[in-house]
Design a protein around this ligand. Structure first.
Ligand code: ATP
Length: 370
């Protein structure tokens, strides 16, 4: 049982019908969400969707206009920021420039008046964890951006918070370092058992690090699920489109039998046949979402696949391990198909303007309501 599937588990964090308004602008709109202990939870969404506001309310820097936030079952309403079992690591992880790496990590422990030997032991532990023992004496300007990020993380974890909030923690790092640091973060989260809530607008980052993701848009949650469910079973067109690459085909549904539906979409094209658990009305407008990697491409008409359409290659993106083809239907719709470049190709297998078939099976995609 994952904790979120277990009805007997109490969440560590609960947002209960939380609304946050700034003047007449609604930043968070009647939002409810449970996050469990030991999760690595990602708030994902475009700029301005309310991610940082969620974090600031958790930390106590903002107060909900309506609704309640609980941490460990306790209503946070009357609890001051410094009394909450929360630590927040900001995007610009503000280290003290005049203090050494060691002293930066020790800072909070000293301020709490902990005994000297205990502080020493804890800082050594933290330095080991982020692999910066050799850098203990350096000042922040004498280490790299990635190393500074690790110092900030060590400092945030030194006091063993139950909950660490990370607002775009890797935003300042370049792509390669960012990737490495994602794995380090996951490693550290697992070792310490701290609950991490991370804010990011980078869907790949969320997919990599998170146990679950909340996809947000305009102050609302569009879906909360594990990365694989979000990718394979998006609940709506917004999520399908926001996460990864997708064909979103607009059409009209005709339910046929228990869990089957046909979708009329383009003139002179065979309707799409799909499986769905949704109860749809005849004539209802729907979106059919299918990932490019689930769509095959061939010169000959495929005989063993239920969905197929003939078009012309408009664009080819060669990505090394695979190629993505944009195939345009005579009526203008474009379907993206992908094929793996498993063999070395002296010549591209398909060329621009070539007539090809795209095809996919009946369980490859999702039927989404408008
Ligand atoms: P980003 O990825 O750009 O940081 P975000 O998802 O974190 O975006 P928030 O910072 O939570 O977004 O802001 C959500 C919305 O609330 C934005 O439209 C923002 O302009 C607005 N907002 C945030 N703080 C305030 C404030 N103090 N006063 C007025 N509006 C605010």
């Amino acid at each position: 049982f994952a904790p979120w599937d277990d009805p007997d588990q109490t969440p560590l964090i609960r947002f209960e019908n939380v609304t946050k308004r700034f003047g007449d602008f609604t930043a968070i709109d009647n939002l409810s969400l449970d996050i469990y202990a030991r999760e690595f939870f990602a708030l994902l969404g475009p700029s301005g969707c309310g991610k940082t506001t969620m974090m600031r309310m958790l930390a106590g820097f903002e107060t909900p206009t309506e609704g309640k936030i609980y941490i460990g079952g306790q209503d946070m309403g009357p609890i001051a920021p410094n009394q909450r079992p929360v630590n927040m690591m900001f995007q610009s992880y503000a280290l003290f420039p005049h203090l050494s790496v060691y002293e930066n990590i020790a800072f909070g422990l000293r301020r709490d008046g902990q005994p000297k030997d205990k502080i020493e032991a804890r800082v050594e532990d933290m330095l080991r964890m982020v692999r910066l023992q050799k850098f203990a004496k350096r000042k922040p300007h004498q280490i790299s951006g990635g190393q500074r990020q690790r110092v900030a993380l060590a400092r945030s974890l030194a006091k063993e918070p139950k909950l660490l909030l990370l607002d775009e923690p890797l935003g300042a790092l370049d792509a390669k370092l960012r990737e490495d640091t994602q794995f380090e973060l996951m490693d550290i989260q697992e070792k310490t058992g701290t609950t991490f809530v991370i804010v990011t607008h980078d869907q790949e980052e969320a997919m990599t690090v998170a146990s679950r993701i909340a996809v947000m848009d305009e102050g609302r949650i569009m879906q909360v699920a594990t990365p694989d469910r979000i990718y394979e079973f998006p609940e709506n067109a917004y999520v399908a489109d926001f996460i990864g690459d997708v064909n979103l085909i607009e059409g009209t549904a005709t339910p046929s039998g228990e869990d089957e539906v046909t979708i009329t979409w383009a003139e002179n094209q065979q309707p799409i046949r799909a499986k769905t658990q949704r109860k749809l009305a005849t004539g209802q407008k729907v979106f059919y979402a299918i990932r490019p990697e689930k769509v095959g491409i061939s010169k000959e008409e495929p005989t063993d696949v239920v969905n197929k359409a003939k078009g012309r290659i408009l664009d080819i993106a060669y990505l090394g391990n695979l190629s993505t083809y944009h195939v345009q239907m005579p009526t203008g719709e474009i379907i993206k198909a992908q094929s793996a470049n498993t063999r070395r190709i002296a010549r591209r297998p398909f060329t621009w303007e070539e007539e090809v078939w795209v095809s996919w099976n009946g369980t490859g995609g999702s039927v989404l309501e408008d």
